[in-house]
Design a protein around this ligand. Structure first.
Ligand SMILES: NC(=O)C1=CN([C@@H]2O[C@H](COP(=O)(O)OP(=O)(O)OC[C@H]3O[C@@H](n4cnc5c(N)ncnc54)[C@H](OP(=O)(O)O)[C@@H]3O)[C@@H](O)[C@H]2O)C=CC1
Ligand SMILES: N[C@@H](CC=O)C(=O)O
Ligand code: NA
Length: 442
């Protein structure tokens, strides 16, 4: 019995998906049961790298999501609209949905999953985080007996590709970004990658699965990689670190007498010590390190973007649904007739997680200062940090940039609020020219 697929989008990921469906040999036998029925695109006259019958392609995407013959809608359009509306229409018409769209899920997950539960359909999104890396399904299923403590990931392929090449060859940021776009890694608007927004969407999704509650995107602290310069990469290297864009979600330890559990959730460039497993994740590769009780640390590693890897995750979700449909066509239902969903695959969170303010974060910092080359400048910096309980692990002045001195400090673990107060005072010192970068250290 064939399952009819309505594919929305035939760009990087859509094309990769068609390529898998068109070539089922040596894959799971169920791939042969998937029929690419309709494909929705923006323009019909664009050259395509896959062959499709002309009757398959349409620009009328609503006709796909409302077509009674379609079993599973695959949304790989990107962007918020019309993707959100089409997903909701598909659900309302009883279609299961597979999407790679983390932007829509991170913003409209509540609306989408509530609608899906009401219609008794699945919305699966393995491709939305970590591209081809299985991480959503393991969080939902393989690790579901654990109490998750932390999720730390390199979850944006474009920025990892840019930072890796900047580190290796010191190349120009915009040229490397253009290469990432050419390779199909970047979002339609690459500022979503570069400014950390894509990683913020992804960690919100992972945290929601790991910590069993919804995450408001506005609660995710987010910094991108624009402030990371060749100088920072060189200093980091000298200190034994590499700079990566990390997405972190972690349970905050509960202070005595407080029983409201809070999460840290943040995205920012981070200095990672060389021996750490995430320090060696390069190019378009992503990795997600999950700490659970009792499993300990588990790391998922693979290609986080690109046609083939992402399509691999899309097709896996489609097959999961097809398999459920194949065995469950007779279907158990709720008393109102809505089909019962597998609770490990469907999403049913109701509450929002409480998020700790960034000021309470305890972390190490790296900061680079350009100062007038006066005697006593380093002493003044040290005194100000000391006044705010910020203890310094190292202070280095390596030379002059023009007539300015460059001073780099790395702190011990400090409270972020204290560090920021010290920085605000230091910014007003006459001797301080600029503070070009302030980065956190893992
Ligand atoms: N690229 C990647 O590596 C990854 C992407 N993703 C996600 O997958 C999704 C798709 O990304 P990607 O394949 O790179 O995107 P592309 O820009 O390459 O492709 C988008 C496709 O959707 C079609 N489309 C877009 N808007 C409309 C519209 N309004 N009406 C009709 N058709 C439309 C385009 O049509 P046309 O061809 O006619 O222009 C195109 O075929 C995004 O959500 C992205 O975040 C997730 C993981 C990795
Ligand atoms: N633009 C994204 C694509 C995958 O999600 C990235 O670079 O990781
Ligand atoms: Na994935």
């Amino acid at each position: 019995m064939a399952f009819k697929i309505g594919l929305l989008g035939l760009g990087t990921v859509g094309t990769g998906t068609v390529q898998i469906l068109a070539d089922p040999a040596q894959r799971h036998p169920l791939v042969q049961e998937l029929e690419l029925y309709r494909v929705g695109v923006r323009t019909l006259d664009k050259p395509r790298s896959v062959e499709l019958p002309a009757t398959c392609l349409t620009t009328d995407l609503a006709s796909i999501v409302t077509d009674p013959s379609v079993d599973i809608v695959v949304e790989v359009l990107g962007g918020l609209e019309p993707a959100r509306t089409l997903i909701l229409q598909a659900i309302a018409h009883g279609k299961h949905v597979v999407t790679a769209n983390k932007a829509v899920i991170a913003r409209y997950g509540e609306e989408i999953f509530t609608a899906a539960a009401q219609s008794g359909v699945y919305v699966l999104l393995e491709a939305a985080v970590g591209g081809g890396i299985p991480v959503i399904e393991p969080l939902k299923q393989s690790l579901c007996g654990n109490r998750i403590q932390a999720i730390i990931g390199i979850v944006n392929g474009t920025t990892n590709y840019i930072l890796t090449r900047m580190q290796r060859e010191g190349g120009d940021f915009s040229e490397i970004l253009a290469d990432a776009q050419q390779l199909g890694y970047a979002e339609a608007d690459p500022s979503a990658d570069v400014d950390g927004l894509d990683a913020a969407d992804k960690i919100a999704i992972l945290a929601s699965l790991g910590f069993g509650g919804r995450i408001k995107l506005s609660d995710v602290y987010c910094e991108g990689i624009r402030q990371v310069s060749a100088a920072d990469i060189t200093y980091a290297e000298k200190f034994g670190f590499v700079i990566k864009l990390l997405a972190i979600a972690r349970r905050e330890p509960l202070p005595l007498g407080i029983d409201l559990e809070q999460l840290q959730i943040r995205v920012h460039p981070t200095l990672i010590p060389h021996p750490h497993p995430l320090a060696n994740v390069n190019d378009v590769y992503n990795a997600i390190l999950i700490e659970g009780d009792p499993v300990g640390q588990v790391m998922f590693y693979g290609r986080g973007a690109g046609a083939g890897p992402t399509a691999s995750a899309v097709v896996a979700d489609v097959l999961n649904i097809a398999a459920l449909l194949q065995v469950g066509r007779s279907g158990l239902t709720h008393t109102d007739g809505t089909p019962l969903l597998d609770p490990l695959l469907a999403c049913s969170h109701q509450h929002y997680c409480a998020i700790a303010p960034m000021a309470e974060l305890v972390t190490r910092f790296y900061a680079r200062f350009l100062t007038q080359d006066y005697p006593g400048v380093i002493g003044k910096l040290g005194t100000c940090f000391g006044n705010h309980d910020v203890s310094l692990e190292s202070v280095v002045q390596t030379g002059l940039q023009g007539n300015l001195a460059e001073i780099v400090v790395v702190t011990h673990d400090v409270r972020e609020g204290n560090f920021q107060q010290a920085l605000a005072e230091i910014r007003n010192f006459d001797s301080i020219h600029t503070i070009p970068s302030v980065l956190r250290v893992l």
